[in-house]
Unconditional design. Structure first.
Length: 368
């Protein structure tokens, strides 16, 4: 939009008509004071400013406008019928004007100048948008690089921990064998197996992430009894965590068409997290069923919960919720893998949570 500033109504009217005929949106002000008020409220690409006005003259208005951070880059063209000497023209440029036109105005020249300023404005706007996008991309890449480095550090530590434990248990096994202590031998073997399972899970997550990144994560789609799968997982989880009460509510009642192994993987991950991040709590709720042609599954706990500002990020690669990440082991890719599996089923996954009260993770996929 262009702002015309002139204390002579006839000049405003005639110039307004000419510029509107040229396809420009026009606003007007009949004094310097009115112009300043409008500049503070609205955004203008160009201000065409009469120099000779009572009260604030055009030079004073231009200097005031250039002092506002919001309008310091707004283009100003001075119009003057009286102050046509070189010293006034020089003052116009030093006051912040980009051009100084003497009256009578050649309308064709003025239109060409206005079009030129508009073209420059559009070019600058696009350049600013490109610069902003480039800076955002740089920041995003820097953050991603930091997350990757952090992940490599965490992964190295997480992989090293079970390996170190297994190495220690093997040394203890050697001593138990020499002593013929069968009971201790069995105990160390069981602990070694637990650590090897942890190591296996970590490696499986890393392999899945690699498949996702390379586009090689394939789905083996076929009908299967999802209720049987849920019951089986709950039974195994209860055996591993006998102190936890897993409450199952609802059932699908039909076979669904999906990758059974991958859907089970998502369920196991959500259930494991519910138990893991609910220290001191003994109850987890699993709700399932069919709704509007979709199979849905919800896992609710009474654990630590997730702050609202972090909930949108929990499915991002390498992201770990800040407070629990200092207390619990993990690579920060489990939920990312879950989200990718559900997305490849063209489904949806999400979380609702209240810090200190618990979380409910849920997903849904087409049943057929």
């Amino acid at each position: 939009m262009i702002l015309l500033v002139d204390d002579t109504p006839e000049n405003l009217t005639s110039l307004k008509k000419v510029l509107e005929h040229g396809g420009f949106e026009i606003d007007t002000a009949s004094s310097g004071e009115e112009a300043l008020k409008k500049v503070l409220r609205n955004e203008y690409v160009l201000i065409i400013l009469d120099v000779q006005m009572p009260g604030m003259d055009g030079f004073e208005v231009a200097e005031a406008i250039s002092g506002y951070s919001k309008t310091k880059d707004t283009a100003i063209i001075f119009l003057s019928a009286v102050n046509t000497e070189t010293r006034f023209i020089t003052k116009g440029y030093s006051s912040g004007g980009l051009d100084y036109i003497t009256k009578p105005v050649d309308i064709n020249i003025l239109l060409l100048k206005v079009k030129t300023f508009y073209r420059i404005y559009e070019q600058n706007r696009k350049l600013n948008e490109m610069q902003k996008a480039l800076l955002e991309e740089i920041e995003y890449r820097k953050a991603a690089e930091y997350k990757k480095d952090e992940f490599i550090s965490i992964a190295s530590h997480e992989l090293k921990t079970p390996l170190t434990s297994v190495k220690g248990y093997i040394q203890l096994l050697e001593r138990s064998i020499d002593k013929g202590d069968t009971e201790t031998l069995k105990k160390h073997l069981k602990k070694s197996q637990v650590q090897l399972e942890k190591l296996n899970d970590l490696i499986a997550d890393l392999l899945d992430m690699s498949k996702i990144e390379s586009g090689k994560l394939k789905l083996n789609m076929k009908p299967f009894d999802v209720d049987a799968m849920i019951a089986s997982v709950i039974e195994v989880m209860h055996q591993s965590n006998p102190h936890i009460n897993i409450h199952l509510q609802g059932q699908a009642g039909v076979e669904i068409f999906a990758d059974e192994m991958r859907v089970e993987q998502v369920f196991v991950n959500l259930l494991t997290n519910a138990i893991k991040y609910s220290p001191g709590r003994n109850d987890v709720w699993v709700t399932t069923g069919i709704e509007d042609g979709y199979f849905y599954l919800k896992v609710k706990d009474q654990g630590l919960g997730i702050p609202e500002e972090q909930q949108a990020k929990v499915f991002d690669k390498f992201y770990r919720v800040e407070e629990p990440s200092n207390r619990f082991q993990g690579l920060g890719i489990g939920l990312y893998i879950c989200a990718e599996i559900i997305r490849r089923h063209k489904g949806e996954i999400g979380v609702t949570s209240t810090p200190g009260e618990g979380s409910e993770f849920h997903f849904r996929i087409a049943a057929h």
